[in-house]
Write a protein that binds this ligand. Structure first.
Ligand code: AMP
Length: 189
């Protein structure tokens, strides 16, 4: 079994590289952002709670995303492995994920962090906003809030995995295929 976390600030290319990773390694893709957007679209109770926070670029509460991930893992008992995308985003989420996986005799193998400068991130998100239909991709102040949330709450997650010897950093700049080669090397070496 192979369980990976794809990590990085908003706009680093996690979604794009996740597509490549799930095809190459046959993993189940668990993107908390995608799951939350689906909940919002379907106007579920959870979606209603999350919408306002997502619209402003703030993180939704840990217990909401932890519960979501828990359910998805349980629904995919035969999975050959998982790719966690956009999760964990706080140290509390990382601790909860370890506990959840431990309980099932599973573990995270590696966290792959995509490194991209802030200037490039903003450029990429605004470009994506032209086609993504995401309101949090088009407004500069929302993008800044998302980057700020990343800096304050999400960056410490890297230390958590560094201490476990599972942290791998990959340049997120350049051609998609070339970045993917770097990711595969980090996964396999
Ligand atoms: P993303 O598609 O990963 O950029 O996520 C979009 C939005 O969903 C974020 O700005 C947060 O509001 C929310 N979100 C996604 N994943 C998480 C998470 N693991 N913890 C808290 N909020 C999240």
């Amino acid at each position: 079994m192979l369980n990976l976390v794809i990590f990085g600030p908003p706009g680093a290319g996690k979604g794009t590289q996740s597509e490549n990773l799930i095809h190459k390694y046959g993993l189940i893709h668990l993107s908390t952002g995608d799951i939350l957007r689906e909940e919002v679209k379907n106007q579920t109770e959870l979606g209603k709670k999350a919408k306002q926070l997502m619209d402003t670029g703030k993180l939704v509460p840990d217990e909401i995303v932890i519960g979501m991930i828990h359910r998805k893992i349980d629904e995919n008992k035969q999975a050959p492995g998982f790719l966690f995308d956009g999760f964990p985003r706080t140290v509390a989420q990382a601790v909860a994920l370890d506990e959840m996986l431990n309980h099932k005799l599973m573990k995270i193998d590696k966290l792959i962090a995509l490194e991209v400068s802030e200037e490039e991130l903003v450029k990429r998100i605004l470009k994506r906003g032209k086609t993504s239909g995401r309101t949090d991709d088009t407004d500069l102040s929302k993008i800044k809030t998302r980057v700020q949330e990343y800096e304050e709450k999400t960056k410490p997650v890297m230390e958590y995995y560094k201490k476990q010897g599972k942290f791998r950093s990959v340049s997120g700049l350049g051609e998609i295929e070339q970045i993917f080669q770097g990711i595969c090397k980090a996964v396999e070496v």
